[in-house]
Design a protein around this ligand. Sequence first.
Ligand SMILES: [Cu+2]
Length: 106
Amino acid sequence: MDESQYTKIVTVRILEGSATQGNPDYEPDSARATTDALITWLNDDTNIHTATSGTGSGDAESGKLFDSGFLNPGDKYSIPAEEIGAGEHAYYCQVHPFMTSTITIE
Ligand SMILES: [Cu+2]
């Protein structure tokens, strides 16, 4: 991923402690980005996480818009907002399904 061509980068951090249910996880919890932005998820935790589109593993559309795969501590995953497309999109962590959030592309 060549990030240098993007002047707008929206970063969503996966906070330390996210693996414990009830803790804050994705920050910001409801991220917003314009279609010309690059969206990056950064794993700041000490556990493995994913950012996977959909509402959960039972969602037939799970992972169709984007899926980071397993992010080790310190890893990041980026995707252009235009590839995700406009709208409010739910996503979750495949390892910890209680970690849910939204990304809105406008
Ligand atoms: Cu997780």
